[in-house]
Design a binder for this molecule. Structure first.
Ligand code: MG
Length: 259
């Protein structure tokens, strides 16, 4: 009887420890759900069709009005560029224009076109530019230029971060066709006493082709001299009315998504 009982004890002990061992093994084995998260849930955004803005975009130019823009030299004045047929065209006499609002980090979409029979060469052919942030001491320009069969310094051709980064490739279409810029901008950050904490970075696609891959800016883009950083916060975006004598360029479909 006692040996039967002993056997029973042993069997129960073995079974119990086997169960505990296998269950603890099962608990320590990684499971797919250990690395799955369900919050936060991304907000639903209705996408555009490539040209029309997504549902959460801030529309800066809808083809009808320059209400979001002012004269860059005197922000109390209207922008003064020509709006016609769903486009806005540079008015060189009016000068640069800038957004009424200020922005920090964003995704920006814009389209531009130079006239089909544009004249001039080098920096004097369809020169404009988008300043991703503009403030009294400077700004950061991604170059707009007719760089289709048009030689210039490569860190000043279309899609360059002006005089800092040459575009990776040149995906421009011929004059008379629309060029599409998609830009992801992360503004620089500064400490309270004005020291650079984090440089600005920019990613640029032209006509869907990557030309700047999250490059870190060396400071403001300068025509003469080396870039440096000066502290600033959220800032307007500026479009350049370049003084060259070539026929003026046009823009359409400008929108951004603050990040
Ligand atoms: Mg320019």
């Amino acid at each position: 009887m006692s040996s039967v009982r002993s056997l029973l004890y042993v069997a129960v002990w073995v079974a119990t420890h086997l169960f505990l061992a296998t269950s603890s093994l099962a608990q320590s084995r990684p499971r797919p759900e250990d690395t799955e998260v369900y919050t936060p849930v991304p907000k639903i955004v209705e996408p555009g069709n490539g040209c029309t803005p997504p549902s959460d975009a801030v529309v800066l130019f809808d083809g009808k009005s320059l209400a979001q823009w002012v004269n860059a030299g005197d922000s109390s004045k209207p922008a003064g560029w020509v709006v016609q047929h769903g486009l806005m065209t540079v008015n060189k006499k009016a000068g640069d224009i800038r957004t009424k609002d200020r922005f920090l980090d964003y995704q920006l979409h814009l389209e531009w076109r130079v006239p089909e029979h544009i004249t001039g060469k080098g920096q004097s052919r369809g020169n404009s530019g988008v300043f991703l942030a503009i403030f009294p001491q400077g700004g950061y320009e991604v170059q707009i230029l007719d760089s289709y069969n048009n030689t210039t310094y490569t860190n000043g051709q279309a899609g360059s971060v002006y005089k800092q980064y040459v575009p990776l490739v040149n995906p421009l279409r011929p004059p008379g066709e629309w060029q599409v810029y998609d830009i992801i901008w992360n503004a620089p950050r500064f400490t309270p006493d004005g020291k650079l904490q984090q440089p600005a970075t920019v990613t640029v696609l032209i006509n869907g082709v990557l030309v700047q891959n999250a490059v870190s800016l060396k400071g403001t883009t300068e025509y003469i001299g080396t870039p440096t950083y000066k502290p600033h916060g959220a800032a307007p975006i500026q479009l350049q009315a370049h003084g060259d004598p070539s026929e003026p360029i046009s823009f359409r479909n400008i929108w951004l998504r603050p990040l």
